[in-house]
Write a protein that binds this ligand. Structure first.
Ligand code: G6P
Ligand code: MN
Length: 447
């Protein structure tokens, strides 16, 4: 199997390669092509991978490429993990929103819209190229905002693109653990959009164990989302929301925390990563140890600023063991490549799963996966409070797709203005002006 990673110079690529190194079964990935627009970053990451592969006989061969068409030809799987505008772009997404008094976050609210407006045109072009040069390949999209970007790509790739995220799996595992259940045997009733979903049940041997958790304040206070949202709110809601819903349910606090913070998450990561890539230019720098230290630092500060507000503090070591997105990606590839049927929570087209959305809307939902791809399973309808958020945010995503396709400023303003976390059309107009001023990738929307 041949895997191509778009964004192959990215900081998380060693995690993916590490997961591949642990797979020794027939039909595993034997060659990885790293494609990136930045040759220095490619070189740095390739050095880390070379060290990871030392002493492992069947380690996948690594090839680096700066020609996209060459990288795509012959691929069985394509991982799309790009960051249009880099971390500097992310920091600007966060900063401009906070300057207008609204949430400044990578994927949620105004920041996510700006990121989507920059990314959709690029992801769309990538999808067209994959459709032409590797029509049989499966595309696994990690690029954020993952649901929106997957939907944009699905317009050219149909069900051959599947979006992934580590947050629903992590949440399911944390809930299973506090309930004393084996996460691999539990059926997690989770649905929504990417970074906008709820666990409504956790079924073990046909029994829903979630009511037991909701009834027990002590258990609720013993894991990350329980502390983040507070036991009372979770009981009142009757479900466990994805951690990203903190930005909706505690929006005012999140905005204030963002404004009070010394720097945004994007700005912190930018400094950190610039340091990493700069050190890697020195041939004396030990690649893996340097990467691993940077990674550990990053995780220790995971969303810490906003979590502190809710008293949730830093993410605990046990909360990190969820086996991040690289494990989801590997599980998905194995199921498809070997026709090993499994169930995973993925971003796919709705078909008829959520009746409030049309068939082409990409949703995040448990899927059955095998060589035929991923098919969403039937789920209970969403309660009205969730219908409200999911349909409002899907309307925003559709406005982003329209703006990206037509270059319409009007559609872009509509995207910002219709978002539940943007409280005025005038703010929406100023956001678009602010973003077009700082992002070269938004020149197509400039007045
Ligand atoms: C989780 C989410 C990703 C997101 C990341 C941000 O893994 O699922 O979609 O990009 O967190 O983490 P960071 O360390 O970049 O703030
Ligand atoms: Mn995610």
């Amino acid at each position: 199997m041949k895997l191509t990673i778009l964004g192959g110079g990215g900081f998380r690529v060693p995690l993916v390669y590490g997961a591949l190194l642990g797979d020794h079964a027939e039909g595993r990935v034997s060659r990885v092509t790293l494609y990136d627009t930045d040759a220095d970053r490619l070189t740095a990451v390739a050095r880390v991978l070379a060290e990871q592969a030392e002493g492992i006989d069947d380690a996948p061969a690594v090839v680096v490429a700066t020609d996209l068409d060459e990288a795509l030809r012959g691929a069985d799987f394509v991982f799309s993990a790009i960051r249009v505008g880099g971390l500097e772009g992310r920091a600007a997404d966060e900063r401009v929103a906070l300057g207008e008094g609204v949430l400044g976050q990578e994927t949620v609210g105004a920041g996510g819209i700006a990121y989507g407006l920059r990314t959709v045109p690029v992801a769309t072009e990538l999808a067209r190229r994959v459709a032409r040069l590797a029509p049989g390949a499966w595309v696994i999209n990690f690029t954020n905002p993952a649901g929106l970007v997957t939907e944009a790509m699905s317009r050219h790739l149909g069900d051959r693109v599947i979006g992934i995220c580590d947050s629903p799996v992590g949440l399911g595992r944390r809930i299973a653990r506090v309930l004393g259940a084996d996460p691999d045997r539990a059926w997690i009733d989770y649905v929504g959009l990417n970074h906008l979903g709820w666990v409504r049940g956790l079924h073990v041997a046909g029994r829903d164990e979630l009511p037991r958790l909701l009834a027990d304040p002590e258990l609720l206070g013993s894991f990350e989302e329980g502390r983040l949202f507070g036991p009372e709110w979770l009981r009142s809601l009757g479900a466990i929301p994805n951690e990203y819903l903190h930005y909706y349910y505690f929006n005012r606090e999140a905005v204030r925390a963002g404004q009070d913070a010394q720097q945004t998450r994007g700005a912190f990561l930018r400094e950190q990563q610039e340091g990493f890539y700069a050190r890697m230019k020195d041939p004396e720098t030990p690649p893996f140890a340097t990467w691993d230290r940077t990674r550990a630092e990053r995780e220790a500060t995971y969303m810490a600023e906003n979590r502190d507000v809710a008293g949730a503090g830093e993410r605990e070591e046990s909360d990190l063991e969820s086996g991040g997105y690289e494990q989801v990606a590997l599980a998905l590839m194995r199921a498809v490549a070997r026709n090993e049927r499994t169930s995973l929570i993925l971003n796919v087209r709705n078909r008829g799963t959520l009746s409030v959305l049309d068939a082409d809307a990409v949703i995040e939902v448990p899927c059955l996966v095998d060589a035929g791809g991923a098919r969403p399973v039937a789920v209970d309808p969403l309660p009205y409070h969730a219908v409200g958020l999911v349909t409002a945010v899907k309307a925003v995503e559709r406005a982003v797709l329209e703006a990206a396709e037509s270059g319409s400023r009007e559609a872009a303003v509509r995207a910002f203005a219709l978002h539940p976390l943007v409280d005025s059309v005038s703010v929406a107009r100023r956001l678009l002006d602010g973003y077009t001023q700082v992002h070269p990738g938004l020149a197509y929307l400039a007045p």
